[in-house]
Design a binder for this molecule. Structure first.
Ligand code: PMP
Length: 402
């Protein structure tokens, strides 16, 4: 695709004009959450100004508008993912999606000693829910480059494996895992697969029908959409067989004190007043991604990533953590003599926003023998100038700490 027009893209993100300690903002914390374009802000504002009402439960005009917009958002999201609307369960985010699968799908089938096979690079939200459900989590080995050791993963796919759960793109390292191949191999052995797509949907166009995973969880806020909203894709036959996990309004067909019956898919899993503006905002975010083009965003981020990788190689005492061949726009690093948090504070003074810490991947940090990294992560609006600002700030930090 022709390169994206960076100035035009940036003009659509008002927050990028903020001054930080008097400096230009280099926002490099996109793996934590992305900024929102005007079109998403407008969709949220328009909804509350002109359509706000509770959905599904009234005959008045505003309720009709809210319901129409909300359900149109579901159609839009389903089309983006290439699945049916009945298979798109609305959640609060990736975390809630995984917890739903843990409680409603896994737990009822679990026998003592059963395992969930994950990888050594999982976010805590793809470890703890399985443990809470009563499963043992087994993790496949990670190489020194931060890639998944597929042979070790295959060796750990065993008779006790009840579910395979894998992160599509690592939030800490940027590693892109070969999920299509893994889905195929696990399913050939009759093992269902969940893919944690939190970091993938803003960078890779996920055709979930083609991928064929049983479950795919995502958060709107990591793909230019609002916080507090997400989608769990689940294959229809699973959703039909799974019991609801939250009870309340909207998820029922009939209620009596003796027994209740459940609503159709996906409402069976959506108890209570939903996040209408979240769904509408996410649909607007997907429109925005399509208007730029995922392939173009991907190519641009890969260019900035390559530039950043080269720039950081020149910073004294700095070591990149995670050098996988297939990587999304994440630069995780440590600097000799500097704690990650101190490094982050110096960068902040220079207007550079990065995240420091374990990034909710404590087992991965342990694997690399470090407590934390500093992490710069990219989105469509980042450019080589952000990397230059980061590199200059890192040189300053190096002079301070060494
Ligand atoms: N998985 C990965 C790989 C993530 O990066 C995150 C967010 N940092 C999550 C899961 C959890 O997403 P959320 O907090 O939006 O539920």
């Amino acid at each position: 695709p022709p390169p994206l027009d960076l100035a035009a893209i940036r003009a659509q993100f008002p927050i990028l004009a903020e001054r930080i300690h008097g400096k230009r903002l280099a926002y490099l914390d996109n793996a934590a959450t992305t900024q929102k374009p005007e079109s998403v802000l407008r969709a949220l504002d328009d909804y509350y100004r002109h359509a706000n009402s509770n959905v599904h439960r009234a005959v008045h005009e505003l309720a009709a508008r809210a319901t129409t917009q909300y359900e149109a958002a579901r159609d839009r999201i389903a089309a983006f993912l290439n699945v049916t609307r009945e298979e798109c369960v609305f959640t609060r985010g990736t975390t809630e999606g995984i917890n739903l699968v843990a409680r409603s799908f896994l737990q009822p089938r679990l026998q003592p000693g059963d395992e969930v096979l994950v990888t050594g690079m999982e976010h805590h939200s793809n470890i703890v829910p399985w443990q809470l459900a009563g499963a043992k989590t087994v993790a496949a080995r990670i190489t020194d480059e931060g890639e998944l050791d597929l042979d070790d993963w295959r060796a750990k796919l065993g008779p006790r494996t009840k579910l395979v759960s894998i992160v599509h793109v690592s939030n800490s390292l940027g590693t892109i895992n070969p999920v299509a191949e893994m889905v195929r191999e696990a399913q050939q052995r009759g093992i269902p697969v969940l893919v944690d797509g939190a970091q993938a949907i803003a960078h890779e166009a996920p055709d979930l029908r083609a991928l064929g995973a049983d479950f795919y969880a995502m958060s709107a806020h990591k793909a230019y959409g609002p916080t507090g909203f997400g989608v769990l894709f689940a294959r229809r036959e699973h959703l039909e067989a799974m019991p609801p996990w939250h009870g309340g309004g909207d998820m029922i067909r009939t209620v009596s004190f003796e027994r209740s019956t459940w609503n159709d898919l996906p409402y069976k899993f959506e108890a209570g007043t939903p996040d209408m503006s979240g769904a509408i905002g996410f649909a607007a975010a997907l429109d925005w991604i399509d208007s730029v083009g995922m392939a173009r965003i991907h190519a641009h981020e890969q260019d900035v990533l390559a530039y950043g990788t080269a720039q950081l190689a020149d910073i004294p005492e700095l070591r990149l953590v995670g050098t996988a061949r297939h990587k999304a726009g994440v630069l995780s690093f440590v600097m000799e003599g500097a704690h990650a948090h101190d490094l982050g504070s110096v960068l902040d003074q220079e207007g550079v926003a990065v995240r420091t810490g374990h990034h909710c991947t404590m087992p991965l940090m342990e694997r690399f023998g470090i407590p934390a990294t500093a992490r710069a992560s990219l989105a469509a609006y980042n450019g080589r100038d952000d990397i230059d600002q980061l590199a200059a700030a890192l040189r300053k930090a190096h002079r301070l700490f060494n």
